[in-house]
Design a protein around this ligand. Structure first.
Ligand SMILES: NC(=O)C1=CN([C@@H]2O[C@H](COP(=O)(O)OP(=O)(O)OC[C@H]3O[C@@H](n4cnc5c(N)ncnc54)[C@H](OP(=O)(O)O)[C@@H]3O)[C@@H](O)[C@H]2O)C=CC1
Ligand SMILES: O=C(O)[C@@H]1CCC=N1
Length: 267
């Protein structure tokens, strides 16, 4: 049976992408082969999604069209060593944080490589993916990568020099937003709301605000001004946020994640 889509590393992000690709019927389960060292994880992926699994990365790397690299950046060298001598030349899509195209292209000689940074909302088709094509990428490779990541959300092509910044913002950002939602709910509980009610209000407030901003094209500051009645509740809360360094904490979180992405690429 031929593999159209090979994945090396069947972890969180691989599952997020593959679940949506299957949902959207871009690939059939039998088109996909995932190599993953943990037997339990392989069994889970095979039984949940019907995909083929293997403990041998060389099988996934023999994919006829696409090879998605979804291992941790620290595992790259080991994986590359194990792939020496594999002759097939699929398009390589690397989602590894920080790892530069130059390192990927020397690890996959003669193959077209695209550096990609997706995020976990890809699972529900609301992902944000940035792509940066390498030197050997042809227009048809870029079209294929766009098709794959459009199936899991929005896609932006950027120069490779911006990929670490992308990683700090949209790659890591879902964690920062999840902490905000958790903290909003905690605030509601502190103010006396039952936990389930607080959790629902917090989630819908963040979702509603994001959808409203997207649809209205308002600048976030305009929305903030609309909510902030003179002498009212919101300005009391905003004052406390400013005192607590809310904005700078978020800016610094994105910058710290960007810097860590750069460090990972150097190792
Ligand atoms: N999580 C996220 O939100 C995002 C992650 N990324 C990137 O995606 C990549 C994967 O991240 P994530 O899914 O979170 O990590 P996970 O740890 O969940 O996934 C990595 C998987 O690779 C497996 N693995 C380890 N060594 C090998 C090997 N030699 N050959 C094949 N598979 C191996 C791991 O198995 P085991 O557990 O047994 O070690 C694990 O299942 C990273 O490079 C990360 O930078 C990019 C965007 C967003
Ligand atoms: O935390 C990480 O390293 C990965 C990359 C972007 C999101 N998660």
């Amino acid at each position: 049976m031929s593999t159209r889509f090979g994945i090396i590393g069947g972890g969180v992000m691989a599952e997020a992408i593959l679940s949506r690709l299957l949902d959207r019927k871009l690939y059939l389960p039998e088109d996909i082969l995932i190599s993953e060292p943990q037997a339990q994880r392989r069994e889970f992926l095979a039984s949940t999604y019907g995909v083929r699994v293997s403990e041998d990365n060389r099988q996934a790397a023999s994919a006829s069209e696409v090879l998605l690299l979804a291992i941790k950046p620290q595992a790259l060298d080991t994986v590359l060593t194990g792939l020496l001598g594999v002759m097939e030349k699929p398009l390589v899509l690397s989602i590894l944080a920080g790892v530069p195209l130059s390192r990927l292209e020397s690890g996959f000689p003669d193959r077209a490589v695209i550096r990609v940074m997706p995020n976990t909302p890809a699972t529900v088709g609301e992902g944000m993916t940035a792509i940066a094509p390498g030197r050997r990428v042809e227009p048809q490779h870029l079209d294929l990568a766009r098709d794959i990541f459009t199936a899991v959300g929005e896609v932006e092509e950027v120069p490779e020099s911006l990929m670490d910044a992308v990683t700090g913002l949209s790659g890591s950002g879902p964690a920062f937003v999840a902490i905000l939602i958790e903290a909003l709910a905690d605030g509601g509980v502190a103010a006396g709301l039952p936990r389930p009610v607080a959790a629902r209000l917090a989630l819908q407030t963040v979702l509603g605000t994001a959808v409203f901003l997207k649809e209205s094209q308002l600048h976030p500051a305009q929305l903030k001004d609309r909510v902030t009645s003179p002498g009212g509740t919101t300005i009391a809360g905003v004052t406390r946020l400013e005192k607590g360094g809310y904005r700078s904490a978020i800016i610094e979180a994105v910058v710290a994640a960007y810097q860590r992405s750069r460090e990972l690429g150097r190792s």
